[in-house]
Design a protein around this ligand. Structure first.
Ligand code: MTE
Ligand code: MO
Length: 259
């Protein structure tokens, strides 16, 4: 046998046993010899990666109006004291504008009326807070994906950062305690990811994030940024806040809080 043939046989053997291990762990149902061969190939790798991505694209469960929680607990900041926000609220957000900038071709600045005119989605979903409580609410908002397309992502765009109006925690310095969050492009383009301006068929209340808050339904409560002032598309977030991609991630929570 030539050297090359030996090596090929060794490679195939290794590939199949790796494939088997993976199948044993993850997916017994598809355990057919043909599938295992595919797994041992480059195409198999792509297919496995594709499956991971497909999972991330699955919809969060949606509920019926009868399932709505009679009480949806407002949490974290419930009325920002920050002067900029207080002034905007006093004018009922007539002068609020949502900036979408960073790694985009055409930065946007949208009024609330303009945001309401964007492609929207309405959904009844369950909000799960790490503190251990859940509530079902109805949300209507502009889909983030089409907005990002309008702005045009630059090639190196990787994350979308939501800068909020409020500051949490005393004594954290001027920018230190500012609430912010970030998501990757898979979540940004997820059909249930919206900039919500309505809750339970009414204008979004201040306690729940007026004028606009994020709903990213495959993740925990702290990712659902309220009081959004500015959206920034970035390729890294090590220079924002303390560098972990969000207010709570900066304080030890997972950046990816998938549910
Ligand atoms: N800007 C901002 N967004 C925030 C928070 C906050 O304190 N400030 N708290 C987070 C947490 S921990 C939760 S559980 C939800 C609460 O949303 P709700 O007030 O609508 O229940 O908002 C999240 N988004
Ligand atoms: Mo939370």
């Amino acid at each position: 046998m030539t050297k090359t043939a030996n090596r090929r046989r060794w490679l195939t053997g290794a590939g199949v046993s790796l494939g088997s291990l993976w199948l044993a762990a993850c997916d017994r149902l598809t355990a057919s010899p043909a599938y295992m061969k595919t797994l041992a190939s480059a195409e198999g790798l792509t297919r496995r990666a594709q499956r991971l991505v497909t999972d991330r694209k699955a919809l969060a469960r949606e509920f019926k109006p009868a399932d709505l929680s009679p009480w949806f607990k407002p949490n974290g900041t419930i009325r920002p004291a920050d002067p900029e926000y207080v002034a905007l609220l006093a004018e009922n957000f007539a002068n609020w504008r949502l900036e979408i900038g960073g790694l985009v071709e055409r930065p946007l600045s949208l009024s609330l009326a303009e945001l309401r005119a964007q492609p929207s989605r309405t959904q009844i979903t369950r909000h799960d807070c790490v503190e251990g409580w859940s509530a079902i609410g109805k949300w209507k908002g502009a889909r983030l994906g089409p907005l990002l397309d309008r702005a045009g992502l630059k090639e190196n765009a990787r994350y979308v950062v939501f800068h909020c109006a409020d500051r949490l925690g005393a004594g954290e310095g001027p920018e230190g305690g500012k609430y912010y969050e970030s998501i990757d492009l898979i979540d940004a383009y997820h059909p249930q990811t919206i900039l919500a301006y309505e809750m339970n068929d009414a204008t979004l209340p201040v306690a729940h994030g007026a004028p606009v808050r994020l709903r990213v339904e495959r993740q925990l409560g702290y990712k659902q940024a309220k009081y959004i002032m500015r959206i920034e598309v970035v390729d890294r977030f090590d220079q924002i806040g303390r560098g972990n991609g969000g207010f709570w991630p900066d304080r030890g929570y997972e950046w990816y809080a998938g549910i």
